[in-house]
Design a protein around this ligand. Structure first.
Ligand SMILES: [Fe+2]
Ligand SMILES: [Fe+2]
Length: 263
């Protein structure tokens, strides 16, 4: 089974980069499943700096052949979050409140091939989220024997790598998202779990995590969304970041990690 996973796709530049690269990668790598972290697909409230995804962007990615869109700390940002999270291919972190809209895992099926995709958020990114460790333990009790890929959305390498070792051999992959910065530490752990601390972003290079820095820098200074400014995507060249995985049964057999600027 082959899986292609893209890190946080940021705004219109990120969607355009994906539209340019995904058709070619699908032909070359022939993935069974394509997963995209979509928590930054849209700037849903520019004057408040809110991200998240809109239904129109979700549909654009589904038309490109994306099987599931994962989320993170921005999943509840859009005013229309409830409708978007109701889309069958959209996930938000499983360790959100049980009363939050949407779902945190999805079983993908293609012929004989099955993959359970799970979205978790670390407490370094969302201190009030439920315990990702206990949440995953409870889920795995129900899905014994099924290959599981976890998008672990977190600020902290310590948190991501720790959970990867804790669940080594019980899950097939733990891929980090959220920092928008690709790390160079892709590896397969001793019991067969594929691991990358952060896949990195798909979006415009040169800014502040894919955005023009002015709004975010002022927000950092004032501890408030700055009045008179709006959040906008950066203007630099397009970067694409993805991980390609091959599994045999539940174990990872190959891992490739690419983060590159398009010509
Ligand atoms: Fe993000
Ligand atoms: Fe995030």
């Amino acid at each position: 089974m082959r899986v292609l996973f893209f890190g946080d796709v940021v705004g219109e530049p990120g969607i355009r980069a994906l539209e340019r690269e995904l058709p070619r990668l699908r032909r070359e790598l022939e993935p069974d499943f394509v997963i995209v972290n979509g928590e930054n697909l849209d700037i849903t409230v520019p004057e408040l700096g809110r991200a998240g995804m809109r239904s129109e962007s979700v549909e654009r990615l589904v038309r490109l052949g994306v099987d599931v869109l994962t989320g993170g700390n921005h999943s509840l940002d859009p005013p229309e979050a409830e409708a978007v999270l109701g889309h069958p291919r959209v996930l938000r972190p499983l360790n959100f409140s049980r009363y939050a809209p949407g779902k945190g895992s999805l079983l993908l099926r293609k012929g004989e091939k099955v993959l359970l995709v799970v979205n978790l958020v670390g407490r370094s990114a969302m201190p009030l989220a439920g315990d990702p460790l206990e949440t995953l333990e409870v889920l795995l009790e129900k899905w014994d024997g099924v290959p599981v890929l976890v998008d672990f959305h977190s600020e902290s390498v310590f948190e991501k790598l720790g959970h990867a070792f804790l669940f080594d051999g019980r899950i097939s992959a733990l891929l980090g998202t959220h920092t928008h910065v690709a790390t160079q530490d892709g590896r397969i752990l001793p019991k067969g779990t594929a691991y990358v601390s952060d896949v990195g972003m798909v979006g415009a290079d040169g800014g502040y995590q894919g955005y023009e820095p002015d709004f975010l820098v002022e927000a950092l200074k004032r501890k408030l969304p700055p009045t008179g400014l709006v959040l906008r995507p950066a203007l630099g060249p397009l970067r694409v970041s993805y991980v390609f995985l091959e599994f045999a049964a539940k174990k990872a057999k190959a891992l490739g990690h690419v983060s590159r600027v398009l010509d």
